[in-house]
Design a protein around this ligand. Structure first.
Ligand code: ADP
Ligand code: ADP
Length: 225
């Protein structure tokens, strides 16, 4: 079934088109990557979907519901960015519990959920630590856990591994892909790294000059004669 749809969604800043009219669809459980050079409109498209930027035109649907005029918090999305944005003074446990407390979930239910995602990311032992006591890769996994824990409809990731070095980046690619497959979550991923896009995506959306130039599976885009 269809998870996300944009219909001729567009963004202009005065005379500059940050995103030309874009029509795009994602199915439930899909891993779709926006791939393109800096300035090609990737972040603009992602933040329009997230509701962090107001479109100049067009419409957005999530789970069949028109969300174009809905505030970000109502769209049921999870977001993971390059700078993990963990709360520095809260323990890992409290960082992950935070979105659940906001939802007024009961203590026992929160505890079960936090333990479950810590197991899922293979970090059951770090609950009582502070973010700064963890490595970059571990912190990025906590950010992912905090996102997964409230079961968002779609997870949006903007260059989430951009701040990590090569080894760790490859390790995290495998980790994110594993979570995607195990949990069946729908992921919209942004990167300028072609290898990263090829290794992780079900489909890739090639962006250039504020527009989608091509969209297809890695095989369709790169390995066909
Ligand atoms: P990418 O994420 O692919 O690097 P962006 O979506 O950030 O690209 O930017 C697309 C284009 O829109 C760029 O030309 C950028 O300069 C322009 N742009 C983005 N945000 C703004 C803004 N707030 N004001 C003016 N121009 C912007
Ligand atoms: P963990 O050690 O619990 O797996 P990390 O996500 O920090 O947590 O590390 C993942 C993998 O990446 C490990 O194999 C680790 O040895 C390696 N690694 C960690 N930090 C770095 C780094 N700065 N550069 C290269 N490899 C790293």
């Amino acid at each position: 079934s269809e998870k996300l749809r944009t219909e001729q969604v567009t963004k202009r800043y005065n005379d500059v088109a940050a995103l030309q009219p874009t029509t795009l669809s994602m199915r439930d459980g899909e891993f779709l990557t926006l791939l393109g050079p800096s300035g090609s409109g990737k972040t603009t498209l992602l933040s329009l979907i997230a509701g962090l930027t107001e479109p100049t035109g067009g419409d957005i649907w999530i789970d069949g519901r028109r969300v174009t005029d809905e505030p970000s918090a109502k769209r049921g999305l999870g977001m993971v960015f390059q700078n993990y944005a963990l709360f520095p003074h809260l323990s890992i446990y409290e960082n992950i519990a935070f979105p659940l407390r906001m939802r007024r979930m009961g203590a026992a239910e929160i505890d079960a959920a936090v333990r479950r995602v810590l197991d899922l990311i293979h970090l059951p032992h770090v609950a009582e630590r502070l973010p700064r006591e963890l490595s970059g890769g571990q912190q990025q996994r906590i950010a992912l856990a905090r996102c997964i824990v409230y079961e968002p409809s779609i997870i949006l990731m903007d260059e989430p591994l951009g701040a990590l070095d090569k080894n760790l980046r490859e390790h995290m690619q495998t980790e994110i892909k594993r979570l995607h497959v195990e949990l069946g979550i729908t992921i919209l991923y942004v990167t300028h790294d072609q290898e990263e896009a090829l290794s992780m995506s079900d489909r890739i959306c090639l962006m250039n000059n504020a527009r989608v130039e091509q969209i297809g599976t890695p095989a369709e885009l790169y390995f066909k004669p």
